[in-house]
Design a protein around this ligand. Structure first.
Ligand code: NOJ
Length: 957
């Protein structure tokens, strides 16, 4: 299976799945997971006896409710009628931006439930509202809030139910179906199976509601065996079940990561597409299926609910394994969340638009920071480039054949015995020189650092971690957990342990400090790839760590599993940044992620297959990751497994070129497939696609600026762009790029000759390549889509900035001139923007930026048509104060003072101009042609600077 030269790894193959297919028996179904079984069984019982029972949870009488009329919220006790001696406390708090936080925990119990998930996800303590009006009566507490005072939160006391209303309409209901259940801590001795008696003519529910509610079997309360592993469950049952209903929203999105449709299908009820709930449990799934609710590498427990009049969301801050049933009902969606441990900590995001929800979520968990500009270029990866000379050779071939590329990657085989940081000197004798050879043409290297450490005392990283006592512990709580991964016997740093943080930072230093071992055989520019951080453990249950392993603070792995991978990327991000002084923007790619991971770099969709179906679902997964607040995403171009035929590879490069993160990668068993190896015409097609990506880097970078401020995703599906257009809510195979107005529909099927693009509006769209003006017929535009054609449209009303000189790498484009494509809308107007900065430092925070707004305004002529179009450039940084203390003559602006706008292409002028001149007077050279029903005006080199204000006047009469 392996290429020669790495015999040490052969042993590991024993632990790898042998058949080349998804191995369902490696992963639990709901029916194999005790708490999921219990949760689903409760839901089934509730459904059967819908009218004859109600939730056992209730709130104390209102006189005990600590609430002043204008406070942001309250804290109160909650009782469970089936466990009267168990105490729960509930907090309901309204944030300044209208987000409602609902927390519930068991108090004075036998143990403490894990309550730190939100702490890792959130960027800080949210500001609380000072403008809430509460009214309390015997049955409920009601808060009115929000800028329009149209939001209402109603907390019903008995049974406990929490409903968010807007304009009198129900938006989100918690425990409306009565499935809330927080299994309290108990001892094994005290925990007697509830008696399953039925009186004459009476049901269990009437005779013994506790037995009815919890089930009578104590199913998997105290241990659980799956395959050959037994989870000892020393704390007993502690699961949490909660129903969340969106009574008036027909579509739900999010809860990434699953290989499924963007608009999530039902998992239960008559319309169910799948038999299992969606699962969130970070897992390394070998050859995952392209259509399945099985959990993959990352988990973001955030769900958007959308209708033509409203978008809301829930963020359920839980870090343990969670299963989510979805049922599309009449007008809305019922969901049921079943988690293994943790407190209830739910945030209700009130919307009312998709954009508002993104802003609200960004307030909570932060945004993706502006990445290093080079990381938006093309990344060439493979498992593995086998030597320094291999890297040099690949770089030469890219140059010889004129393929732009920014980054070369090294997978695990660079590391001697898979001891990360340590070069295999036989194959990589000169790592720093190799890296510098790549950097000489302004390219970068990314090197993999996995979280498993080979347990060898001659491995300084393991040795030091062991001495510091910062490795994850086995269930005994003593010593070091040992499992198997690439290096063989391995241990894992516990990044929850504060003692590991400085140590991890020290490892990445490229100079030795205080005699500590550090990665001196690296450069400050090297990006880091964090893989296998679910964590992947080849001989562990479900290819991960046993749940009864112990982390810092005594928490079990089960409590923190879904956060674990985020902490690894978080500390790697900090470590990579700390190499540089003044700090530069680091690049980190992670496979595992959680809510908040967007703050620490990019993600990819893991080990996809080289099939058309995987290519297609990769787009949906990247869109879903955007919903989850994690926009810097992509899937492996070409598919990780298999040898894609050239047609597929070409189409896959288009998918990559229109993904925020654009990397080709391949499994060690695949044939080499670097683009220069392709035959014609495929080779030239891929070169054109790469050049197209590079020409559009200003569009991507400008989109990243926006997302770094607002949290609105870079790839925007129909429902985000046209929230009122119901016909678009299920569309997930076409999308807009940021606010640019570019609309792309990558081809993901073999032999396609044309595609039909859905258009939600009565607007003109222009073919990006031919300039042809299309007006949608029956809301569709049909575009030719042969292999050399990309279905790419510019929405009328947009101005697209590109740089069209082919270069070897993106930093070499810094002084290249701009072309502006001005796509007039139906009324003859357009707008766009471009954002530039040095692409690597944090100088933008000091206002070292160039941020221009472009506009085209038409003035009516004497007759019916347009008499004049004024095209102008204005300073957006000065207008918006978002980028700090801004000075138009800032250092960066001075450094690009020579950058011109070299061409204006105006689309949609129906008449030949009579003159084209700068407003300041100078006549310009131009050409006009009537193409299709719209004219194309090309203004040649207006010789205006991108940093300046200027205006071009096009007279038509
Ligand atoms: C699994 C990753 O998903 C894949 O991209 C990588 O090549 C292998 N691990 C080896 O590191």
């Amino acid at each position: 299976m392996r290429s020669p030269g790495f015999p040490g790894t052969l042993l590991l193959l024993l632990f790898l799945p042998t058949a080349l297919a998804f191995k369902a028996p490696d992963f639990k179904t709901c029916s194999q997971s005790g708490f999921c079984r219990r949760g689903r069984a409760l839901s089934a019982r509730a459904q059967e006896s819908s009218s004859s029972w109600h939730s056992p949870y209730s709130i104390d009488p209102p006189e005990f409710l600590a609430l002043t009329p204008r406070s942001p919220g309250f804290t109160t006790n909650v009782h469970s009628s089936i466990h009267p001696n168990v105490k729960f406390v509930l907090d309901v708090i309204i944030h300044e931006d209208g987000v409602v936080r609902v927390r519930m925990d068991e108090v004075d119990g036998l143990r403490k439930r894990y309550d730190e998930a939100a702490q890792w996800a959130l960027v800080g303590e949210p500001l609380l509202s000072s403008d809430v009006h509460w009214k309390v009566d015997a049955k409920k507490a009601k808060a009115v809030f929000g800028p329009k005072k149209d939001m209402e939160l109603v907390v019903d006391f008995n049974p406990l139910k929490i409903t968010l209303f807007r304009g009198g309409e129900e938006q989100v209901v918690l425990n409306g179906r009565g499935l809330l259940h927080m299994e309290h801590f108990r001892t094994k001795e005290d925990s007697k199976p509830a008696e399953h008696i039925e009186g004459e003519g009476q049901s269990v529910l009437q005779v013994n509601p506790a037995a009815w509610f919890e089930g009578d079997a104590q199913d998997a309360f105290w241990d659980e065996t799956f395959s050959t592993w037994t989870d000892t469950k020393p704390k007993g049952p502690e699961s949490l079940s909660l129903d969340i209903t969106f009574p008036n929203h027909a579509h739900v999105y999010g809860i990434t990561q699953h290989a499924t449709n963007l608009s999530l299908p039902s998992t239960t009820g008559p319309t169910a597409k799948y038999t299992d709930p969606f699962r969130l449990y970070n897992a390394d799934v070998f050859e995952y299926l392209e259509d399945s609710p099985v959990s993959l590498y990352g988990s973001i427990p955030l769900m958007h609910a959308h209708s033509a009049t409203s978008t809301v969301a829930v963020f359920n801050a839980l870090a343990s394994e969670t299963w989510i049933d979805i049922a599309h009902v009449e007008k809305g969606v019922e969901t049921h969340w079943i988690s293994e441990s943790g407190i209830l900590d739910v945030f209700l995001l009130p919307g009312p638009t998709p954009k508002d929800v993104f802003t609200q979520y960004a307030h909570l968990t932060g945004t993706a920071p502006l990445p290093a500009h080079w990381s938006l270029g093309y990344h060439q990866c493979r498992w593995n480039y086998v030597s320094s000379d291999d890297i040099r050779g690949v770089q030469n071939r890219f140059d010889e054949d004129d393929f732009p590329v920014d980054v070369f990657w090294l997978d695990i085989e660079y590391a001697e015995d898979h001891r990360y940081f340590m070069w295999n000197k036989k194959t990589f004798p000169d790592p720093v020189e190799m890296t510098r050879d790549v950097e000489a043409v302004e390219r970068k290297m990314v090197v993999i650092i996995d979280p498993h450490l080979k347990r060898a005392n001659d491995y300084p990283v393991y040795k030091r971690a062991s001495e510091l006592g910062v490795l994850v512990k086995p269930k005994s709580g003593e010593g070091e957990y040992e499992g198997w991964c690439w290096p063989g016997s391995s241990s894992w740093i516990d990044f929850f342990h504060p003692g590991s943080w400085d140590f991890w930072i020290s490892l990445f230093k490229t100079k030795t400090i205080d005699g500590q071992w550090s990665w001196t055989e690296s450069t400050d520019n090297v990006g880091i790839w964090n893989d296998m951080n679910e964590p992947s453990v080849f001989n562990g249950p479900e290819i991960t760590m046993p749940k009864d392993n112990v982390h810092y603070g005594g928490w079990e792995h089960r409590d923190v599993h879904n956060i674990n991978g985020m902490l690894f990327a978080n500390h790697t991000f900090q470590a990579a940044e700390a190499r540089t002084d003044p700090p530069r923007r680091p690049f980190v790619l992670t496979r595992a992620f959680y809510a908040g991971s967007q703050r620490f770099g990019a993600m990819w969709t893991g080990d996809n297959l080289g099939t058309w179906e995987h290519m297609a679902v990769g787009i949906k997964m990247v869109l879903a990751n955007g919903v989850g607040g994690m926009p810097f995403a992509g899937s492996d171009v070409g598919g990780f497994f298999g040898n894609p035929e050239p047609e597929m590879l070409v189409r896959w490069y288009v998918v990559g070129a229109f993904s925020p993160f654009f990397r080709a990668h391949a499994h060690i068993d695949t044939k080499r497939r670097e683009p220069y190896l392709l035959d014609e015409p495929y080779k030239s097609l891929v070169r054109d696609i790469l050049r197209l990506r590079y020409s559009m880097l200003p569009v991507w970078y400008t989109a990243f600026r926006e997302t770094s401020e607002s949290g609105v995703p870079i790839l925007r599906p129909q429902y985000m762009m046209f929230p009122e257009d119901e016909a678009g809510f299920g569309i997930d195979d076409q999308y807009y790029v940021g606010s640019s107005g570019l609309l792309v529909k990558p081809v993901t099927q073999k032999g396609v000759k044309e595609v039909s693009v859905y258009i939600a509006e009565d607007q003109v769209y222009y073919d990006y390549f031919t300039n042809h003006a299309h007006r949608p017929k029956n809301r569709h535009i049909t575009l030719p889509a042969n292999l050399d054609q990309i279905p790419l449209l510019i929405r009328g009303g947009s101005i697209i900035s590109t740089r069209e000189r082919p270069r070897r790498s993106s930093p070499l484009m810094k002084h290249d001139p701009f072309t502006l494509r001005i796509a007039l809308d139906n009324t003859g107007n357009a707008r766009g923007e471009v954002y530039l900065d040095d692409g690597e430092t944090y100088g933008y925070g000091r206002g070292d930026v160039v941020w221009r707004g472009f506009g085209a305004e038409s003035v009516k002529g004497k007759g019916k048509g347009i008499g004049m179009v004024r095209i102008s450039s204005v300073d957006l940084a000065a207008a918006g104060t978002e980028v700090g203390a801004y000075n138009p003559g800032n250092e960066f602006a001075r450094s690009v003072g020579d950058v011109r706008v070299e061409k204006l292409v105006v689309l949609g002028l129906r008449k030949k101009p009579s003159s084209v001149a700068l407003e300041s007077g100078r006549e310009l050279e131009w050409e006009y042609a009537l193409e299709g029903e719209a004219g194309v005006l090309v203004v040649k080199d207006p010789a205006v600077r991108v940093v300046d204000d200027w205006a071009v006047v096009v007279k038509l009469e």
